[in-house]
Design a protein around this ligand. Structure first.
Ligand SMILES: [Zn+2]
Ligand SMILES: [Zn+2]
Length: 345
């Protein structure tokens, strides 16, 4: 099969590799059709690591994928060859304390598609996944939409983890693909005003189509001052979706006493400073979001029902052979890129 291999920081090569094989009778061979380029993949591309997860080259990245079932193991009942599916990238053990407690996203033996030292990724023609990771989609759903259900599931989970209710005011710091996905999920809920920030004007323009109460660029305005003057009692919930340590501080400053900071973004650094006295005095709750848990089907349903339209997130499309171009574009935020998708014919 053809695969786009990350061979060094900033470098991809398209090579022929042996097709992956079924090992367990509940395995499914999937012909990959579409993969989304994710900010987390970009960390592997630019710095070769996220925290302690370090890439050993060559490596296949990619975890936001959709495709067609090619072949099934003898024990597979969930899907059939020819079926179109969305893919849940986290393979869990089902046996550890975390899995038994329903926290599969923090499974002690978790193996994630396209995570170094765990599983090879999806930027190739075929992958093998357990049947539990295969989610059938309706005919009307495109492969792009199905692949975008992966980040959308993270957004749905982040919103689920927040104490949102009618009338609550919310800020989203960073409206890249994940921040926008959070915004899309919030638009399906009855809540109060939504404020958004981003350092890229193009992203603010995209977010403005969802009609936030206010949007602003922290490079030009004091977003804490501006949002707080619009909403003197300040925010109930802040979703930090940028990974920028400065935004974590802004989030703390934007919250009202008793508010909740939901951290979704992945910082490029290992340590971030916390405004501990403000956190303490205002009794702020920090909620961390580790990918998603039990939200894949929910995300698929939101898209299939038409409640959420993810199509506008896609700004660029590339064939597998141009993976390096796609990653370079996303890593450097060129051409107003929001989401770049890779298609395999
Ligand atoms: Zn992702
Ligand atoms: Zn487990």
């Amino acid at each position: 099969m053809k695969a786009a291999l990350l061979t060094a920081p900033g470098k991809f090569e398209t090579r022929q590799l042996p097709d992956p094989q079924i090992k367990n009778d509940t395995d499914v061979v999937i012909r990959v059709k579409t993969i989304g380029v994710c900010g987390s993949d970009i960390h592997y591309f630019t710095t070769g690591r996220i925290g302690s997860q370090v890439v050993k080259y060559p490596f296949i990245v990619g975890h936001e994928a959709a495709g067609i079932v090619e072949k099934t193991g003898s024990g597979v009942t969930r899907v059939k060859p020819g079926q179109r599916i969305a893919i849940e990238p986290a393979v869990t053990c089902g046996e550890c304390d975390q899995c038994k407690a329903g926290r599969e996203n923090t499974c002690r033996n978790l193996r994630f598609l396209g995570a170094p030292g765990q599983l090879d990724g999806a930027q190739c023609e075929y992958i093998v996944m357990p049947q539990e990771n295969c989610f059938p989609i309706v005919d009307s759903m495109t492969f792009e939409q199905a692949a975008l259900c992966e980040p959308l599931a993270i957004a749905a989970y982040a919103v689920e983890r927040s104490p949102l209710a009618a009338g609550k005011s919310v800020a989203i710091l960073g409206v890249g693909p994940v921040g926008m996905s959070v915004f899309l999920v919030l638009r399906t809920k009855e809540i109060g005003e939504i404020y958004v920030t981003d350092k890229l004007d193009g992203r603010l323009a995209a977010a403005n189509k969802l009609k936030p109460k206010w949007s602003g660029n922290p490079k030009r305005v004091d977003i804490v001052k501006e949002i707080s003057s619009n909403e003197p009692l300040q925010m109930d919930v802040v979703f930090e979706c940028s990974g920028d340590p400065a935004a974590i501080s802004q989030g703390v400053q934007l919250l009202k006493p008793g508010g909740t900071l939901v951290i979704v973004g992945i910082p490029e650094v290992d340590d971030v400073p916390l405004l501990i006295h403000e956190l303490r005095r205002k009794e702020i709750t920090i909620v961390n979001v580790r990918r998603q848990n039990h939200c894949t089907q929910k995300a698929i349903d939101l898209v299939a029902s038409g409640e959420i339209n993810v199509d506008s997130l896609v700004t660029h499309r590339f064939p597998l052979e141009e993976t390096a171009k796609a990653f370079d574009l996303v890593a450097n935020y060129r051409e107003g890129v929001m989401k770049a998708m890779i298609h395999i014919d």
